[in-house]
Write a protein that binds this ligand. Structure first.
Ligand SMILES: Nc1ncnc2c1ncn2[C@@H]1O[C@H](COP(=O)(O)OP(=O)(O)OP(=O)(O)O)[C@@H](O)[C@H]1O
Ligand SMILES: [Mg+2]
Length: 178
């Protein structure tokens, strides 16, 4: 697990560019976090960095939006907030959104947890102050190390790296807005 502070939406977009450069298909990326923590901001930034032009609408109502990246990869952006576990999730065409040439991003992945394979990258965003967020990223050791190094290179602050700190608490998370 690596933990970063994202002090502004600009820093969230910086992390997006870092992740866009590290991800290769096939990949499943889950993005968890409360309302307004920047999940869509992050995914939209990754899609842009992979060459998606034009409108990148949030899939909150459509459940899924698909794009082509600049290397010919398929990019799928799912938001399962409105999908219920059980029958709804059983009827969902998961296979259309996973494949050897695809990178798939899933906001609110809980409803899909019975159907989806384990993610290659798990991202958890939390509110820190009004405009800053904490990001926790879990992936295999090589990807975590590459992301941490690339994030530091672009000036992001990596505040923690600990393979066993999955459930730890961020003391700054209780801070008031400045
Ligand atoms: N550090 C930050 N990173 C990302 N967004 C931030 C940050 N600080 C403030 N924001 C603002 O928070 C909002 C985040 O909205 P966004 O739609 O990306 O969140 P979300 O997690 O996808 O929400 P939802 O659960 O409703 O889909 C945006 O208006 C953005 O400008
Ligand atoms: Mg969203």
């Amino acid at each position: 697990m690596i933990r970063l502070t994202l002090a502004s939406p600009t820093q969230t977009r910086k992390l997006a560019r870092v992740l866009a450069a590290q991800l290769r298909p096939p990949a499943l990326v889950t993005v968890e976090g409360e309302l307004g923590t920047g999940k869509t901001t992050l995914v939209r930034g990754i899609l842009r960095a992979r060459g998606v032009r034009g409108t990148v609408a949030s899939p909150s109502f459509t459940l899924a939006q698909s794009y082509h990246g600049r290397d010919g990869e398929r990019l799928h952006h799912l938001d399962l907030y409105r999908l219920s576990r059980g029958r709804d999730a059983d009827l969902f065409a998961w296979d259309d959104y996973l494949g050897p040439g695809a990178i798939t991003f899933v906001e609110w992945p809980a409803a899909g947890s019975d159907a989806l394979p384990p993610p290659d990258l798990r991202i958890e965003l939390r509110h820190r102050t009004r405009t800053s967020r904490t990001a926790r990223l879990s992936a295999d050791a090589a990807l975590e190390a590459a992301v941490a190094a690339a994030a530091e290179d672009v000036g992001l602050v990596v505040t923690g790296r600990d393979p066993s700190a999955e459930g730890d608490r961020d003391p700054a998370a209780t801070g008031e807005a400045p």
